[in-house]
Every structure is written in structure tokens, then in C-alpha cells.
Design a protein around this ligand. Sequence first.
Ligand code: SAM
Length: 339
Amino acid sequence: MRTLSNQSLPTINTLQDGFGRIHNNLRISVTDRCNLRCTYCMPEDVVFRDRSELLSFEEITHFVRVAAPLGIDKIRLTGGEPLMRRDLPTLVRMIVDIPGIRDIGLTTNGILLADQAQALYDAGLRRLNVSLDTLDPGRFRELTRRDGVEKVIAGMFAAKKAGFDPIKVNAVSIRGITDNDAVPLAQFCRENGFELRFIEYMPIGADSWEREKVFFAHEILDQLESAFGPIAPSPNYNPRSPAMDFDYSDGGGRVGIIASISRPFCRSCNRVRLTAEGKLRNCLFALDEVDVKPFLREQHDDEALAQTIRRNVAEKWEGHEINTAKFVKPERTMHTIGG
Ligand code: SAM
């Protein structure tokens, strides 16, 4: 665990690291629990944290209230599976009300979405990502170790009906497993107005990752072009977004690729992460983290908390180094960090 020195940091209202990257984007994990067991994300047998260890909604919003004046204006709720946290729309409403927060999103596996989509929309949530790697029930079971692809799809349509637009679909691409899913998923998303984004498989799960298993961005694009014709980089491509966006030339909408391995986007990273039990992490692959729960549960020293956030960002490393021999996989698996 990182220890903080007493040296004070400049009290400018931006969260800047040593490489000049400004951080405005906070991912908040609201639970480590999940109703799926995706092989690339978490083990089958897992002991979840006692609920008393998790930050309460008041503690989470306290953190956001301190972080917002430092420059955090964009929040994404994640997990574990965030829809397993009871009363999530209440938390959405509490965050929407915080001055300075201009954008709040949610990443979900969609299993519980059909029941909750309308309440989340009514609470003020507008950006929604649903994770779905395959439309095939057998492969869904193989990947998630559970059934439920039809629930995810029902959730996506319920979200559409509630008013979410766009709805992004996150699909992890793993060679030898999901190679044959890219085109059917893309076809489904094109036909139904969902925005598909492929994520290159990363070494952050409980399984044994190998570079050879990454089904690379350029290979996915080749498959999509063979099936649907030319694809061109989107004109309003956002360089700060991890996704490279492309448009189908036939007017079939947009598709994104998050090429974390073949084209790492660390140089433009603007993210910090708060785990469900209150650890602040300046990188998904960080090897150390800082415990901010004491500031929220016992101490209530907001200036010290603000300094801790500034210091955590200031100490951020250059990048994840997955493509070098120096890479060390973090002890935490994805579900305990928040993707
Ligand atoms: N349970 C929610 C969900 O499934 O969207 C939120 C948490 S999940 C950890 C967030 C995202 O991380 C999902 O889109 C998931 O596919 C992705 N993910 C998990 N493990 C991954 C890995 N090893 N490589 C790439 N993406 C991964």
C-alpha cells in the first residue's frame, strides 16, 4: 500500500499527473458481486466482501463531492455487476445532483436491466453500456458460466424503450472463442440501432492470459469489412476516448474498437477508479492503491482527502506495459476493481 508523504501538492483545480494528463473521469465500482462468472474476468468460486465493507451511497457521493471541484466531471458506475446493488437509481439521482458532474454512465451485463432500465433513466442516467460477447446461448454459457443471453437482449430493448440512446454494446474479443461472434453481433447491432464496441482481451481476469489469445482490432475490422463492406474512421472521432470509432460506409451506423493491447491509449488516459470498498486506483493495472474509506467513514477531513486524490493522480505511471517483459499482473481481478 502506498504511504503518503507530508509534502503538500499545489492546490490547482485540475488533477494532473507527471505526464501532463488531466483526469476528469472517475469509475466507481458499487459492488464486487456479480450474477455472471465470465471466465476472462473472475473465478467461479469467489468470496464476496461483506456488505458492511462497501462504501455507502452517502460515502460514495461524499467522495464525488470532494473530487468534483478538483476537475472530476464524468462518472461511470460499474462493478462487479452494478445492478445487483440495491436502489441504484437512488445513487444515480444523488450523483446527478452534485454540482460539476456533467455526465454519468453505467456499465452492466444487462441480466437485471429489463426491470431497472426505466427507473435508471428517470433518475437521470443517460449513458449506458451493456456487455455482450455473443448471441449464441451455448457460447454465452461457456463464457459466463451462466445462462441468460435472452435476459440481456430483453434488457437492451427495455433500455431502448426507456429512452437510452445510444446504447453501447461491449464485446470482449478472444481468439479461438469469440472469433465467429463478431459478425453476427455486428449484424444484430446494425439492425437494432445499438453501437457495438469490441474490447481486446486483457490480462486482468482469473484465467491465464496469453497474447496469442487476443483477437486483435485489425482482425476484427477485416472481418467486418468482409461482411459489410468498407469501414472508415469516424469524422467526429474523440482522441480522448479509449475507443477508435469507425462508420460503416453503407450507413449501417458506427462500430468501435478498444485496442488496449495492440494500440494502448495510456497517453491520453484521463481515468481514476474507486473500488467498492474505497480504494483509489490511478490505473486499471495499478499495483498499489490508496485507501480513502477512512476519510469518508471516520475522519471527514475533506482537505486531506483532496490532497490524497491529487497525490494518487500525480503519482500515476506512464502506462500499463502489457507489451513489455516488465508487465506485472495486478493481484485484483477485474470484478474487484471495476471495469
Ligand atoms: N458487470 C458489468 C459488465 O459486465 O458490464 C460491469 C463490470 S465488467 C468488469 C466491465 C467490463 O469489463 C465488461 O464489458 C467486461 O466485458 C470487461 N472485461 C472484464 N474482463 C475483461 C478482460 N479480461 N479483458 C477485456 N475486458 C474485460
